[in-house]
Design a binder for this molecule. Structure first.
Ligand code: NAP
Length: 247
């Protein structure tokens, strides 16, 4: 039975992906900053471990406890909306610490066992906003575009060992905790110079249209992990598929 480690399983895409793999006879190491045993259905194939991707010691302990790992899903991340001019550099750094450097650090911690076993897959969850720019999320987009870039280059290094790396690019999903978690890091949305833009962007968010469901992301991760012929970039969600086709 294969073993998958997923980050950010306390809610949203990570939680759904953990359930999806558990239902399909994988052993799942569901990691969370604050582990909650009741977040997922009880299963002898489930382990819930503490992991904060910004903490090197937390990464070391989780990877040691979870081995051997067959698939790694770097899903943990958060967003922040504000005009770039008014985004504190502290927020820019926090975004990169989690979304980019956290993903890189955990990947580096897992790769030696993949290379030695000549097997394994890394799936990095980024975003369809890296395909088509929208305003007010410049720093978030940059943190995810950097993950696209390093993943695509790293995949070329790993192919010789039979190790794969792929990207899952979800669209907008109002059903996860993403919006709530981003709210604490919105700075300068009330700046008068950007007021009209902010109003029109948020009005567009509220319009009906295709969106992404957590299940779409779980299915895309499943495909990335289990189908060696899957493309490097897999859009997840109806809106993401449309964006990917038009980008
Ligand atoms: N929802 C969207 O519209 C959307 C669209 C495209 C891409 N994405 C991406 O999809 C991924 C999952 O987002 P989601 O929509 O499922 O949002 P979510 O419900 O807020 O889930 C994010 C998860 O990341 C965890 N996390 C945050 N910082 C962490 C850290 N330092 N170490 C470990 N875990 C950390 C959170 O844990 P805590 O509970 O401890 O905060 C939570 O479990 C993110 O990478 C996000 O950028 C989301």
């Amino acid at each position: 039975m294969k073993n998958i480690l997923i980050t950010g399983c306390s809610s949203g895409f990570g939680l759904e992906t953990a359930k999806y793999f558990l239902d399909r006879d994988w052993k799942v190491v569901a990691t969370m900053r604050s582990p909650r045993e009741d977040a997922l259905p009880r299963s002898e194939h489930l382990r819930v471990l503490a992991l904060d991707v910004t903490d090197p010691e937390s990464i070391r302990q989780a990877v040691e406890a979870a081995r051997p790992i067959d698939a790694l899903v770097n899903n943990a991340g958060f967003g922040a909306a504000s005009p770039f001019e008014t985004t504190p550099m502290a927020t820019v750094r926090e975004l990169f610490e989690t979304n980019t450097f956290g993903t890189m650090a955990l990947t580096q911690a897992v790769l030696p066992q993949f290379r030695q076993r000549r097997a394994g897959v890394v799936v990095n969850v980024t975003s369809s906003v890296t395909l088509k720019s929208i305003p007010l999320i410049a720093s978030y987009t940059a943190s995810k575009a950097a993950v696209n870039a390093f993943t695509e280059s790293m995949a070329l290094e790993l192919a010789q060992f039979g190790v794969r790396a792929c990207l899952v690019l979800p669209g907008r999903s109002p059903e996860t905790r993403f919006g709530d978690n981003a709210r604490a890091r919105m700075h300068g949305l009330d700046h008068e110079a950007y007021a009209d833009l902010v109003k029109s962007v948020f009005a567009r968010f509220g319009e009906p249209g295709p969106i992404t469901h957590a299940q779409d992301v779980a299915e895309a991760v499943w495909r990335a992990v289990n189908d060696p012929s899957s493309p490097m970039r897999i859009p997840a969600g109806a809106d993401a598929v449309i964006w990917a086709a038009s980008s």
